[in-house]
Design a protein around this ligand. Structure first.
Ligand SMILES: Nc1nc2c(ncn2[C@@H]2O[C@H](COP(=O)(O)OP(=O)(O)OP(=O)(O)O)[C@@H](O)[C@H]2O)c(=O)[nH]1
Ligand SMILES: [Mg+2]
Length: 221
């Protein structure tokens, strides 16, 4: 079966041209609140983007990097810190959502199941969700939990792209990205769109913001 989500299914994102780099300036970035159900979330009247990935992959850091705010989202050395749907209102016109990491072994099994259920419900039901950013640690070989999550998103027809994180780190290996693609292509016909990033070096910032900008323009509530 072809598991290509409705949009964004193509090859690596071409670099943003210098004249487009100022495409989106983040003037306002406000923390709106932490929620656990869709009913508590803001009305679905603006485009929304969710960041998901295993604990510690760098979701909160990426949100800070994109918004240019050092401590907007809480960065932690303790995996499993984010346990709610954390909403950020950007330029008063779109939402960024920092989601709890999946696959964190040190919380109890019941707690983990609760998070997973909350996550999956949100991802399946949130009507203004334009795209999910599935973060993958570029320092390690392909992880089954990441492949499983991508497969689930594909089966649910939830549009998503991959974001490879921490490419500044000494442990980063380009082969990890190639191997991830190979592993995914065992079940997919085509590699979904992906971004190469480092929050430390702001790698990929212009590309991600330009991508979001493009989707914002297409949004029809
Ligand atoms: N070298 C490097 N380290 C990073 C980068 N991004 C995040 N980190 C580190 O990775 C750790 C986890 O970062 P977070 O942004 O808190 O990760 P998270 O995915 O939000 O984690 P949870 O909320 O626990 O799921 C922190 O120690 C960060 O400093 C990066 O681009 N490069
Ligand atoms: Mg976090």
């Amino acid at each position: 079966m072809e598991k290509i989500p409705p949009s964004h299914a193509n090859q690596p994102t071409p670099p943003v041209k210098p004249q487009e780099q100022r495409g989106m300036i983040i003037k306002y970035a406000n923390f709106l609140g932490s929620f656990t159900t869709i009913a508590q979330c803001p009305p679905p009247a603006k485009p929304e983007y969710a960041f998901i990935g295993r604990s510690n992959v760098g979701k909160s850091s990426l949100i800070n990097m994109l918004t240019g705010r050092n401590s907007l989202a809480h960065v932690s050395h303790t995996p499993g810190k984010t346990q709610t749907l954390n909403f950020y209102h950007i330029n008063e016109s779109w939402y960024l959502v920092d989601l709890p990491g999946y696959g964190f072994a040190k919380v109890s099994k019941t707690k983990r199941q609760e998070f997973e259920q909350m996550l999956r419900r949100y991802l399946q039901k949130r009507e203004n969700l334009q795209c999910v950013f599935l973060l993958i640690d570029s320092r390690i070989p392909p992880q089954q939990s990441d492949l499983d999550f991508a497969n689930w998103l594909g089966e649910m027809m939830i549009p998503f792209v991959f974001v490879f994180t921490k490419t500044d780190d000494r442990a980063f290996k380009p082969a990890n990205i190639d191997n991830f693609k190979q592993a995914l292509l065992e079940t997919w016909n085509e590699m979904p769109q992906y971004f190469i990033t480092s929050s430390r070096r702001t790698t990929g910032k212009a590309e991600l913001l330009s991508f979001i900008n493009g989707l914002n323009k297409q949004f029809a509530p």
